[in-house]
Design a protein around this ligand. Structure first.
Ligand SMILES: Cc1cc2nc3c(=O)[nH]c(=O)nc-3n(C[C@H](O)[C@H](O)[C@H](O)COP(=O)(O)OP(=O)(O)OC[C@H]3O[C@@H](n4cnc5c(N)ncnc54)[C@H](O)[C@@H]3O)c2cc1C
Length: 329
């Protein structure tokens, strides 16, 4: 039987933005639920986090566990299922989860992050985790003492990945289709230039993944030869070609996008163009600094906006408790 829940606020996501929103919403005594199939978001798979204030160097998974524990302690329910549909239904939003649960929510915070860009080549999906990776920070140590690894991309993440991999693999090929690398931070470029075992292949694309189902990826074919070869033998290939905001649910709700970045457009209070719908974290154009700390900050702000909205609309919260001061203490 389909389960139906009524809440003041549904938060889609289980990353930094979502948990921070959950924490603040629970402290505003909202009737709130969090929904997402996968725990932790990108922070949890990002390896060591060295720039989150107050924690020192910490594994991203562990940091997200701390976020979740704080929310669990306030008894915010986590529904382990993704949002697959959302639409306005009278005063409320009717949100459908993958497992069939229907959540009728007065307000919604979307904190669903971004999808890593793929090359869309045959076998890419099958060999992910078996030679193909989208996270050099997470998987680079697996290539200790290996012969060769490739990195596809030309931005900061790709350059950072190549430098990191060069500490493990004997040779690293940085493969980029553009004429020059895509505006990497100058300091990264300097380090790259000094890293002798990284070979940069510009105006070059991976045209085919080579390997087998047993061995996984063993190499790649290139659209133009490098040092006379149109094939590179590789132990692993890292695809660091950027990420796109997850727009399925925002599109269903008719949310305005930033025309330049294709991210969900929000104002300084994380409001979208649809009253009652807020967005936070990497999904949005709230900041160019896509980091755990900014995602958490935007999550907190979006909870305040949702709280203010819900207080202005009929809800369980309005009936049962005195409004708490909407300040950040
Ligand atoms: C390899 C790597 C290393 C990084 N290193 C650092 C670092 O050192 N320091 C730092 O500050 N930042 C780092 N970042 C960036 C940081 O991880 C992100 O900025 C941050 O995770 C963004 O948080 P978010 O909550 O917006 O999105 P995410 O963390 O991406 O979380 C999105 C959540 O939404 C869920 N979701 C997806 N679709 C749906 C749906 N339909 N319904 C419900 N839920 C859904 C996902 O499962 C996930 O739980 C790194 C990122 C990567 C990829």
């Amino acid at each position: 039987m389909t389960e139906t829940r009524e809440v003041d606020l549904l938060i889609a996501g289980q990353g930094a933005a979502a948990f921070a929103a959950g924490l603040y919403a629970a402290r505003y005594q909202m009737d709130v639920a969090i929904a997402a199939e996968q725990f932790g978001g990108e922070t949890a798979i990002g390896g060591m986090i060295e720039n989150y204030p107050g924690t020192g160097d910490i594994d991203g998974f562990e940091l997200m566990m701390k976020f979740k524990e704080q929310v669990d302690a306030l008894e915010v329910p986590t529904l382990n299922s993704n949002v697959v549909g959302a639409k306005k239904d009278g005063e409320r939003f009717r949100v459908e989860l993958q497992d069939g649960t229907i959540v009728n929510a007065l307000s919604v915070i979307l904190a669903v992050g971004r999808e890593r860009r793929k090359l869309n080549l045959p076998n890419e999906e099958e060999w992910t985790g078996n030679g193909v990776s989208y996270c050099s920070t997470c998987d680079a140590p697996l290539y200790r003492n290996k012969q060769a690894a490739g990195v596809v991309g030309g931005g900061n993440a790709a350059v950072e990945g190549a430098i990191l991999l060069a500490k493990y693999a004997e040779t690293v090929y940085l493969i980029y289709r553009g004429e020059k690398l895509f505006r990497p931070e100058p300091i990264l470029l300097k380090v790259l230039e000094k890293t002798e075992n990284v070979k940069v292949l510009l105006e070059t694309e991976v045209s085919e993944l080579v390997g087998s189902d047993e061995a996984g990826l063993t190499g790649v074919k290139l659209n133009r030869p490098f040092e006379g070869n149109d094939e590179l033998i590789l132990d692993g290939l890292f695809i660091e070609a950027g990420a796109d905001p997850r727009l399925e649910i925002p599109n269903q709700l008719g949310l305005e996008l930033n025309p330049d970045t294709n991210e969900v457009h929000v104002d300084r209070m994380q409001k979208t163009n649809v009253p009652g719908i807020y967005a936070a974290g990497d999904l949005t154009d709230g900041t160019d600094l896509k980091q755990t700390i900014t995602a958490a900050s935007q999550g907190a702000i979006s909870a305040l906006s949702a709280y203010t909205y819900v207080m202005e609309h009929p809800s369980k919260l309005g009936e049962e408790v005195e409004p708490v001061a909407a300040s950040a203490d």
